[in-house]
Design a protein. Structure first.
Lengths: 109, 114
């Protein structure tokens, strides 16, 4: 079992729709969770971090964490073509982040 | 002002050669990392240094040797390069090595071994 698993892609949504990205993790002691966005040929950039159960909103992005279910999600509202990228989920513990394989999102105009 | 910078951006070399990748961060962070991203986009940690001390050393061939002359620099030297070493190598830094800190990535070094 992979330490961090993301829903397999690719994911395609029309412009203006909600994109939902999911992630599960196996290490129960993980304390910090991150969503990174990576455009093709570019480096990962952090878009959301979440540390406690519940929702965290930042603009069009909402991260959700459920530690009991070991589940993290990212919702992107009013998706734009510029959101088309690979989204990486990461779980952090003891100074190290373990990444999932990524989900590629395409937002069609 | 680039926060985390790596050189070179591209590196093409023959099997058996030795090469180095340099990384510098100007964020004042204590912790630096090397990650490897393979062709399937899987990002895997290789090493982590905190204030020049090695704190994470994942299962990586000993042909890979990191060096941190100071907390703002973390270089990666690779001996006897193999075809399977072809990947994108990312340097990253974070404020501390504790759990709740996010990483800032350099632009990556695309290594191609021929």
């Amino acid at each position: 079992q992979k330490e961090v698993e993301q829903n397999s892609g690719p994911l395609s949504v029309p412009e203006g729709a909600i994109a939902s990205l999911n992630c599960t993790y196996s290490d129960r002691v993980s304390q910090s969770f991150f969503w990174y966005r990576q455009y093709s040929g570019k480096s990962p950039e952090l878009i959301m971090s979440i540390y406690s159960n519940g929702d965290k909103e930042d603009g069009r992005f909402t991260a959700q964490l459920n530690k009991a279910s070991q589940y993290v999600s990212l919702l992107i509202r009013d998706s734009q073509p510029s959101d088309s990228a690979t989204y990486l989920c990461a779980a952090g513990n003891a100074g190290k982040s373990t990444f999932g394989d990524g989900t590629t999102l395409t937002v069609k105009p | 002002d680039t926060a985390v910078s790596q050189t070179p951006k591209y590196l093409v070399t023959q099997m058996g050669n030795d090469k180095s990748i340099k990384c510098e961060q100007n964020l004042g962070h204590d912790t630096m990392y090397w990650y490897k991203q393979d062709s399937k986009k899987f990002l895997k940690i290789m090493f982590s240094y905190n204030n020049k001390e090695l704190i994470i050393n994942e299962t990586v061939p000993n042909r890979f040797s990191p060096k941190s002359p100071d907390k703002a620099h973390l270089n990666l030297h690779i001996n006897s390069l193999e075809l399977g070493d072809s990947a994108v190598y990312f340097c990253a830094s974070s404020r501390t090595g504790h759990m709740n800190t996010e990483a800032f990535f350099g632009q990556g070094t695309r290594l191609t071994v021929v």
